[in-house]
Design a protein around this ligand. Structure first.
Ligand SMILES: [Zn+2]
Length: 278
């Protein structure tokens, strides 16, 4: 999976509205226009030229995180916007829409290869989110098309199935669930061998140094500051950790902590809000 790049659309009205969201799952979309560069959507949404936007937009090569996951976006109408994270996949620039969800294909092979790459990136991003939130793919995943079919929210779009079907790709919500589960299994199997070295801290304050206790029921330890960073391990409530004054500010304070887990000394970043000084 390409690195997830934080690119919040801070001038968009949905960002500024700052309506809180506690997501219960994910809706996968495709953009409905032949635009293969995710950066273009970042620019449009940043300038607030579209009232519709999602938490992530991805293409064949990159994934942009355009809205923090705890703020409501606008992508499936009511009540879906208040429930789900949205992910938009770009569409190949070798198709031309002829009306609604119908399109002509200028270069079938190129269009299919592009969609295959987007599908792979979406699968891995969704697997990472399911792991982070503890979601089961069978219940947490939807497409905009499935939402429409089952009247789960008040919009009537057919994406991304219209694109997959139109290009003869064997994808559906069912293949997505299957492939996300496989990706989750693969990544959890690789954790013990993956020694991720945490990012260096950006700041130092001697007054922060000391022992802390985990106050969350389960606290993620990450490879860097920010919820987009890899989870190294999870600490149960009451775990003791030590900070030596190093931290990084990223939508709040992230303390660089050291601790021992199963006899192994480890280091990483925890969100300071869930740590209490002992
Ligand atoms: Zn959609």
């Amino acid at each position: 999976m390409p690195k997830v790049t934080e690119a919040y659309c801070t001038k968009n009205r949905r960002y500024l509205a700052n309506v809180p969201l506690s997501p219960v799952g994910i809706v996968l979309h495709s953009v409905g226009t032949p635009q293969s560069d995710a950066q273009v959507f970042y620019r449009i949404w940043s300038e607030d030229r579209s009232q519709y936007f999602t938490h992530y937009v991805l293409d064949a090569e990159k994934i942009l995180h355009t809205m923090p996951n705890d703020r409501r976006c606008w992508h499936v109408g009511h009540p879906g916007n208040s429930k789900w994270l949205g992910i938009e996949m770009c569409e190949p620039d070798t198709i031309r829409y002829t009306g609604g969800a119908s399109f002509d294909i200028l270069d079938r092979e190129k269009a299919r290869a592009f969609c295959e790459a987007c599908y792979r990136n979406a699968t891995e991003l969704i697997a990472a989110l399911c792991t982070e939130y503890g979601w089961k793919p069978d219940t947490a995943l939807l497409t905009h098309g499935e939402i429409t079919k089952n009247k789960l929210s008040d919009t009537t779009h057919a994406d991304p199935e219209h694109l997959w079907n139109g290009l003869g790709l064997p994808y559906s919500l069912n293949t997505l669930k299957r492939d996300v589960k496989a990706a989750m299994q693969k990544s959890s199997g690789s954790i013990p061998t993956k020694q991720t070295k945490p990012d260096p801290a950006k700041a130092f304050d001697k007054r922060l140094a000391g022992s802390y206790t985990v106050t969350a029921s389960a606290l993620n330890v990450r490879s860097g500051a920010g919820t987009d960073k890899a989870i190294l391990t999870v600490l149960p409530n009451g775990t003791a950790v030590r900070n030596y004054g190093y931290y990084t500010e990223k939508n709040g304070t992230w303390l660089y902590v050291a601790f021992t887990q199963n006899g192994t000394p480890m280091e990483g970043y925890c969100f300071a809000q869930y740590l209490m000084r002992r």
